[in-house]
Design a protein around this ligand. Structure first.
Ligand code: K7E
Ligand code: CUA
Length: 654
């Protein structure tokens, strides 16, 4: 085995990073210019509401966190790809299927990019999508309930990173594979990468009910497809994906995937793809992927298995996809609000490369191609280039836009946000980030109509910004006021997991649609009951079903006998409450499970296998009333051979 020495570029970048980290390691100032003005701008008085919702990905926590802006108050954590004992997600019987995959039950993922659904290119507050990176998936969250209601698995992919990035009317969300893999998956030598490994760009269609399914995949060369954004306005109908590793290396990528001066932005014409699909040009590839759907009336989720996927091959579909050469291993690709400019953030560079959609269309019409790779024409760089932003920063990652024709780009290595003018490419302002910023978020900042006003920098390194909490510090977000000519830092606040991307939306768009209860009469759960009169316990062999209700401040029944060791016990708890914010919890001593946290009008099920004889208390875990501490009961468990009769009661002795 040979090891190549680090090349000069890598040494330079590593060196600069170390330099910037130790410089920042000594805290020189807070970054705030005027404490009093900053404090006033973020102050949301007790009882008052924030102006914006912000949704941040949880990164390696697998969840989504919801914050209010400008206060930076944490409003909620929504479980998505990871089990969450707090809410029983992935523990109760109803939500376990949400985490099913073709590999079985997967209780975790790495979530990077939240993306709001859009209508006419503007976030509409219906849904939030987010990618699962590790076991490729996309989740859809319903923003009337703030629950995860659908998760679809993406086949022929590895590391679903360039995802989900919606089109203008959420016709599609997309999924580009970061790691190319054998297509279809098979057992081959890793050294056969160039022959066997391919990329897939997946387009997931939303039907009228908002259900997701894969419409088609585009088979592309075995590069790494890193990020994406869909076109808007004039570029509606196109989606752009960055690539790196056009070298197609499979080892020591930090060097081997950084050799080529330029990689590509792939431009996919999905309207053209629809034509090819209608013409029957797609090939059916056998595969396996799951779609898991949660129904808010039955309060249960089910998994559907699909066994094939439609694949479009660029050689057979002229006009479907083009490559735009883009320098220095681009990471983010961002489209300005007009849809004309496509910004490539070349992460090994100081400059940003901006392509023009109009020039791209002209170059396509003129067949201004450098070469063709696997049926994909590579457009001539000079023919599509709109301009270059000489930023003065290092390591650009991501760009967002305000409502006034300005763009804001994060620089990881030089740890700053740079503001520049779209069209003239001139740098207008720069602000330091503490420390090493990844994504940034401006409310509506990747849409046709940014709200602007605030910018949140999502930083990778926290170090001395807060009281120390041992070796690990929570990641840090920083809020800036961008309403003036100069960015003004207002606030630091800690985040959950690793927030890669975020989305912000005016609070009004969401808050009036937010549900307060689930109507009990609409509950179609197969084991729901609608009143205490129906509460009961039933045995069928060793399966015992407890039909239980909760209302302030008791369960019905609250005394149960006749359960035996070895029984399979299902506690189906229906919360009879019909008031806002009155969940009840349920936990049973010794159950190898989590709690239930049941919303008003909802039914959830705790599965329990009693291990040994005894009398087991159960209780409500959510402080629900003055008599919450009285909200408890007992279940008697007897030897498997005992002949204690099944019985239950409330308010009297069995
Ligand atoms: Cu830049 Cu996963 Cu979008 Cu993190 S990614 S920063
Ligand atoms: Cu019900 Cu506490």
């Amino acid at each position: 085995m040979k090891f190549k020495p680090l090349n000069f570029l890598m040494l330079t970048l590593t060196g600069l990073f170390v330099f910037s980290a130790c410089k920042n390691g000594m805290k020189q100032n807070s970054g705030i210019l005027n404490n009093q003005s900053a404090a006033q701008k973020v102050y949301v008085a007790p009882g008052e509401h924030d102006e914006y919702y912000a949704f941040f990905s949880g990164g390696f926590s697998g969840q989504v966190s919801v914050y209010g802006l400008p206060s930076g108050r944490l409003l909620k954590i929504i479980p998505v790809f990871s089990v969450d004992a707090e809410k029983g997600y992935g523990f109760n019987e109803e939500t376990k299927p949400m985490l099913n995959t073709s590999f079985g039950f997967v209780p975790w993922d790495d979530a990077h990019h939240p993306e709001l659904s859009q209508t006419n290119g503007i976030p509409d507050g219906r849904w939030l999508f987010i990618n699962g990176n590790n076991t490729p998936r996309i989740a859809k969250l319903d923003l009337s309930t703030f629950e995860t209601t659908e998760i679809i698995e993406i086949p022929n992919s590895g590391g679903n990173h360039s995802s989900p990035f919606t089109t203008e009317n959420s016709e599609y969300v997309v999924a580009g594979t970061r790691f190319s893999v054998p297509f279809p998956q098979k057992d081959v030598a890793i050294g056969s990468y160039k022959d066997n490994f391919k990329g897939a760009l997946s387009f997931i269609k939303l039907d009228e009910d908002g259900h997701m399914d894969i419409a088609f995949q585009v088979l592309v060369p075995g590069y790494d497809y890193d990020l994406a954004h869909s076109g808007k306005g004039k570029s509606h109908g196109w989606t752009f994906f960055t690539t790196y590793n056009s070298e197609q290396s499979h080892t020591l990528k930090e060097i081997n995937a950084s050799q080529n001066d330029k990689d590509f932005i792939a431009a996919v014409n999905w309207k053209k793809a629809e034509e090819y699909l209608a013409q029957g040009k797609a090939q059916d590839y056998p595969t396996e992927y799951l779609i898991n759907r949660y129904d808010e009336h039955s309060h249960t989720s089910t998994s559907i298995t699909r066994n094939s996927v439609k694949v479009l091959i660029p050689e057979e579909c002229p006009g479907l996809i083009y490559y735009l050469p883009t320098p220095k291993s681009p990471h983010g690709v961002d489209v300005d609000p007009t849809g004309e400019y496509i910004v490539g953030n070349g992460k090994l560079s100081a400059d940003l490369t901006v392509h023009s959609f109009d020039k791209m269309m002209t170059a396509i019409a003129n067949e201004a191609f450098e070469e063709t790779i696997d049926g994909i024409p590579v457009l001539k760089f000079e023919e599509v280039l709109a301009g270059t932003v000489s930023s003065g920063g290092l390591g650009p990652l991501h760009t967002e836009f305000d409502a006034d024709g300005n763009a804001y780009t994060t620089f990881f290595i030089s740890s700053e946000v740079v503001k520049w003018k779209v069209g003239s490419w001139e740098v207008l302002d720069r602000a330091p980030c503490y420390y090493s910023v990844g994504h940034l978020m401006i409310p509506g900042g990747d849409s046709k109509k940014p709200w602007g006003k605030y910018l949140v920098a999502l930083n990778k390194i926290t170090k001395d910004r807060y009281l120390p909490t041992g070796p690990e510090m929570n990641h840090s977000a920083q809020l800036y006021d961008i309403s003036g000519d100069k960015m003004e830092m207002l606030l630091d606040f800690p985040t959950v997991g690793e927030p890669h991307y975020g989305q912000g939306i005016a609070a009004d768009v969401i808050k009036n649609r937010s549900k307060k209860i689930y109507p009990l009469n609409d509950n179609t759960h197969p084991h729901n009951i609608k009143s205490e009169a129906e509460a009961r316990v039933e045995r069928d062999g060793d399966v015992v079903r407890i039909y239980m209700t909760s209302i302030r401040s008791h369960f019905a029944p609250d005394n149960i006998e006749g359960i035996k060791v070895g029984d399979k016990v299902y506690v189906h708890l229906t919360n009879l409450e019909q008031d806002w914010d009155t969940p009840h919890g349920l936990s049973i001593m010794g159950a190898r499970n989590a709690e239930l946290l049941v919303m008003p009008g909802q039914t959830e099920t705790l599965y329990w296998e009693p291990q040994k004889p005894g009398v087991y208390p159960f209780y409500c875990t959510d402080f629900c009333s003055a008599l919450h501490q009285e909200m408890q009961g007992y279940i008697r468990v007897s030897e498997a051979t005992s002949d204690i009769k099944l019985s239950w009661s409330l308010g009297e002795s069995i």
